[in-house]
Design a protein around this ligand. Structure first.
Ligand code: SF4
Ligand code: SF4
Length: 274
């Protein structure tokens, strides 16, 4: 709610995040907020259930954009074709505004263009952190092509999952100069961080307190006691940020973008992002 009051106009969420009820509270006060959500559904039944859940739990009849979550490229899109077709039908029926995908990969952006989608949400940041199949300039080119093809292009992970917090101003300056971005999604964990980021985005100087607190929000991934060495986290991580050593998971911090996918996959609940 604080973000909406400070001038944030879009919420980027996902079924996986399980935060629709909290968003519903903000939408009651600010129904004009644009809501982008994502689903891992691959078939018609799953896609219908995802849209129904989003509408019901967020208390909103219309979903601005429904994205296929974490798509890698053409092959994964083809594997989710029934879901894509269903979203397009719902768009034609006026229940969804735009259909697209989210991705950590250049190939994902290119697939969104190739298959005529309306929107794409992809990783972009000054150091190219989190890109798994190309460089920052490769992603800039792919996003430019998407923008030129008429897609609504959203940049995410602009602070590289926390790696760029110490260089936040440079990272945001880089993003604000990208003319192919239609929207920017940035994860924020406190009111101070919201205040700080909104100030920068609006061209104002953040107050000293917000700057101090915001600088303390760097997060790390921890693997606590209790690991049974099942390897599910390493399999789930598309960044190669977890390896198995001596039947135990070990994080490689410099590769981690703090997406949290591994934590949800751990049957022992021993992965934390703190
Ligand atoms: S949070 Fe987990 S899944 Fe995400 S990049 Fe880091 S190690 Fe990989
Ligand atoms: S998923 Fe959890 S229990 Fe399994 S290897 Fe990873 S940290 Fe260990």
């Amino acid at each position: 709610m604080h973000a909406a009051r400070q001038g944030v106009t879009m919420i980027d969420t996902a079924e996986y995040y399980q935060n629709y009820p909290a968003i519903a509270i903000a939408l009651r006060e600010r129904p004009d907020l644009t809501v982008i959500t994502k689903s891992y559904a691959w078939d018609r039944e799953g896609a219908l259930a995802s849209v129904s859940r989003a509408r019901h739990e967020m208390g909103r009849r219309f979903i601005d954009a429904m994205l296929m979550h974490e798509q890698e490229g053409e092959l994964t899109v083809r594997g989710h074709w029934d879901a894509l077709t269903t979203y397009r039908e719902l768009k034609a029926a006026g229940e969804i505004g735009a259909v697209g995908l989210s991705t950590h990969r250049v190939a994902g952006v290119r697939a969104a263009v190739k298959f005529g989608m309306d929107a794409v949400c992809a990783i972009i940041n000054v150091d190219g952190i989190g890109l798994t199949d190309g460089s920052r300039s490769d992603m800039e080119r792919a996003m430019t092509e998407a923008h030129d093809a008429g897609l609504f292009v959203v940049g995410m992970k602009i602070l590289g999952g926390g790696h760029l917090i110490a260089r936040r101003n440079d990272a945001i300056k880089y993003i604000l100069e990208l003319d192919f971005l239609d929207a920017i999604a940035i994860g924020m964990a406190s009111e101070a961080e919201i205040d700080y980021n909104v100030s920068i985005f609006q061209g104002r100087v953040p107050n000293a307190d917000a700057a101090r607190i915001s600088g303390e929000t760097a997060r790390i991934l921890m693997i606590e006691e209790g690991c049974i060495g099942c390897g599910r986290c390493a399999e789930r991580c598309g960044q190669g940020a977890i390896i198995m050593e001596s039947n135990h998971a070990r994080a490689i911090p410099e590769r981690c973008v703090r997406c949290g996918y591994c934590a949800a996959a751990c049957p022992q609940v021993c992965i934390k992002i703190v």
